[in-house]
Write a protein that binds this ligand. Structure first.
Ligand code: UDP
Ligand code: MG
Length: 335
């Protein structure tokens, strides 16, 4: 089988970002390590494979749990960020820690909502030459109506804006060593990994799975974090919003010119007693439009300003297992 052929001797890293996940870690570590053992046994992954936890500045006992896991079993490794930087930055930190050691890295959430058994099909696809394999959700029944509705609407909006994005794919994904190298070349601070991955090119495929409900703890994604991720996706990947405003502005000017010409052509405009309403509407309309345009332009300018600072995406404060303490500082792939 192609899977066995390509899988043997290839190091697989599970990269698991964790924020206040002390409740989820016991099951996550047992299930993922069990899976890894089975994959190594089947020759799909090498014995040098690891489960790499990234502690994203947790306030609970997450890092202590990761440390004790690493002490008890060499298949575990850990990286701790100096403070909470958010899921995308934490995942990126893990991927970059795995880079150079892993032949394949699979990103996975600590709550195991994403079906870990889909990894077999991902590894098979990788062995057949795919550098990125996207896990996509077959069903969304486990999500609330609000989450399902907003998430699906958001994918559609991004597509409309011209962003290449894999439908119903979050961050459950296999990336090859080449794909990790390519990812490290992208310099943006505001990360939207599921939008960056399709930009890398290479041969890709998808594996469908059913997403389960979170068993331990609560979602660590606040509404605010979700909105930020949504804005990062729409604004960092596409210039469509600003172009839309530009086109709308041009159309409004053309309309104003046409109205002015029409007015000039008339001997005298008919005036109704309600004319002030139309006037008020146009004043508010123009004001609103200008404000919105300034807002969109400001959003891009603000992002350019923040990106120009080239602040590190994260700082690593501790490492565990066989991860050297002097790894990647988060500034990007190029020196
Ligand atoms: N996470 C993180 N930093 C954060 C928020 C979340 O590393 O600031 C991790 C979290 O521990 C989990 C994953 O990202 O492993 C996805 O978060 P969660 O399951 O809470 O999101 P949801 O599935 O509800 O979208
Ligand atoms: Mg979750």
């Amino acid at each position: 089988m192609a899977g066995e052929l390509g899988g043997a001797g290839r190091a697989l890293y599970f990269v698991v970002p964790c924020y206040n996940e002390e409740e989820a870690l016991p099951r996550a570590s047992a299930v993922i390590a069990g899976k890894l053992k089975a994959l190594i046994g089947a020759g799909k992954a090498s014995p040098t494979s690891r489960v790499l936890f990234v502690d994203d500045g947790s306030r609970d006992g997450t890092w202590a749990k990761i440390l004790s896991l690493c002490e008890g079993d060499p298949r575990f490794a850990g990286v701790a960020l100096s403070r909470n930087r958010g899921h995308q930055a934490a995942l990126y930190a893990g991927l970059m820690a795995a880079r150079g050691r892993a032949n394949m890295a699979v990103s996975l959430d600590a709550d195991l909502q994403d079906d870990i058994d889909a990894v077999d099909a991902m590894i098979d696809a990788c062995a057949k030459g795919c550098d990125i394999v996207y896990g996509t959700r077959a069903r969304r029944e486990s999500d609330t109506f609000f989450k399902r509705f907003t998430a699906e609407g958001y994918y559609k909006l991004l597509r409309l804006l011209g962003c290449e994005i894999v439908f119903n794919h979050a961050d459950y994904r296999l990336m090859s060593d080449r794909a990790l190298d390519a990812l490290s070349l992208y310099g943006e601070r505001d990360l939207f990994l599921r939008g960056l991955a399709p930009m890398l090119g290479f041969k890709t495929s998808t594996v469908e799975y059913a997403r389960a409900e979170r068993v331990e703890g609560e979602s660590k994604y606040t509404l605010r974090a979700m909105l930020k991720l949504a804005a990062d996706g729409a604004l960092s990947l596409s210039l469509a919003p600003i172009r839309l405003v530009l086109c709308a502005g041009a159309a409004m000017l053309a309309l104003a010119a046409a109205l002015f010409i029409a007015w000039l052509a008339k001997p005298g405009l008919a005036r109704s007693s309600e004319e002030w309403l139309a006037l008020a509407a146009s004043v508010w309309g123009a004001g609103g439009f200008i404000t919105l345009s300034v807002g969109v332009a400001g959003e891009y300018a603000g992002r350019a300003y923040l990106e120009s600072k080239r602040r590190p995406r994260y700082i690593i404060s501790d490492t565990a297992g066989d991860i050297a303490p002097d790894i990647y500082d988060g500034r990007g792939g190029a020196p």
